[in-house]
Design a protein around this ligand. Structure first.
Ligand code: SF4
Length: 319
């Protein structure tokens, strides 16, 4: 298991050390555009997946190594290959990681925020991003393919309640998928909802990496512009996340370990992999070996090659 990865460049957070507090790929949603592929285990009940001491010590260790090699870290970010609020230890992990004196971010799909305990857990973070892809039930079902017990109206109510009490920076993220949630009526309703909660920043994104479903395509320029203008009528700061993050990934010197831990949660473009190999004094034969060993998968999307760690279905936890 790769509990921490990076620091990697993040389109939102500068240089972010990722924390992967959920085993692959356990989620409350099975979004059609998910860059991690199809959801392996869909659930809504919260659990302590890893021992909190383990998560904390792995992150502490990564930070120490990054600092020793002069790598800056702007945020510690819970951005697992699943939904981070499924982790019952999240509040304990956030509070223990405070000792590292680095701001803490959580990127959540918001599906469990209707629960008071989840809102309380997120309040301890400095920066929280919540997914708001759609506020119409049929569109939400089509794009997020949620667990059957989830109720969009309760989720939107939870987001409203959280936005009132959260004192850190609240961001929202809306992924625009061509022909699914990018028509004017959907965009207007989503924008109106964002106007109610007034996030510090509303991000608009399009899929830039290979999605779970092959038919998924990014919204086109006209729809992106329309979304931008509609959102801007409601929220002061709207940003487009339509570019690539850049390739400035950190290297610990162990190219295989770096490649597998980053690609477990963050598919890498071919040029980023090449840079990482060069930094670590390795070469492309490592990638070929990992593909042969079935540890890495090569995908193509939008005319580019990407590399993603092959995810094995997790075994049931015994302890
Ligand atoms: S995009 Fe996020 S919320 Fe959607 S299925 Fe993937 S991990 Fe879950």
């Amino acid at each position: 298991m790769n509990i921490a990865f990076g620091p990697v460049p993040s389109r939102r957070l500068g240089r972010s050390l990722g924390i992967n507090n959920i085993p692959p790929k356990i989620c409350t949603y099975a979004c059609v555009y998910c860059q991690l592929g199809r959801t392996l285990t869909m659930r809504v009940d919260r659990q302590a997946f890893y021992k909190q001491e383990k998560v904390i010590s792995v992150v502490r260790d990564k930070v120490t190594k990054a600092r020793a090699s002069g790598e800056a870290i702007d945020y510690l970010t819970f951005v697992p290959d699943g939904e981070p609020t499924l982790d019952l230890n999240l509040p304990a992990e956030i509070s223990a990681l405070r000792e590292l004196d680095i701001p803490i971010a959580v990127i959540s799909n918001a599906s469990l925020i209707w629960r008071e305990d989840v809102r309380d857990d997120l309040i301890g973070a400095d920066w929280v991003s919540l997914k708001v892809d759609a506020v119409r039930v049929p569109t939400w079902r089509r794009i997020s393919r949620p667990h059957g017990s989830l109720d969009l109206h309760k989720i939107l109510g939870g987001i409203r309640a959280f936005s009132v009490v959260f004192e850190g920076e609240l961001a929202t993220e809306t992924m625009l998928v061509k022909g699914v949630n990018d028509n004017e009526a959907n965009l207007r309703e989503t924008a109106r909802f964002l106007g109610e909660i007034q996030p510090k920043v509303a991000y608009l994104a399009i899929p830039t990496r290979p999605p779970a479903e092959e038919w998924v395509r990014p919204a086109q320029e006209d729809q992106i512009h329309q979304a931008y203008h509609l959102f801007k009528e409601q929220v002061d700061r709207v940003e487009l996340l339509v570019g690539y993050e850049g390739n400035a990934v950190a290297s610990t010197g162990d190219a295989e370990q770096d490649l597998l831990s980053i690609t477990a949660v963050h598919p890498m473009r071919k040029d980023a992999v090449e840079q990482l190999l060069e930094k670590a004094g390795s070469n492309w034969s490592l990638v070929e070996n990992l593909i042969r060993q079935d540890k890495l998968v090569e995908l193509s999307y939008d005319g580019r090659r990407f590399y993603l760690r092959r995810i094995a279905k997790p075994k049931a936890r015994k302890d």
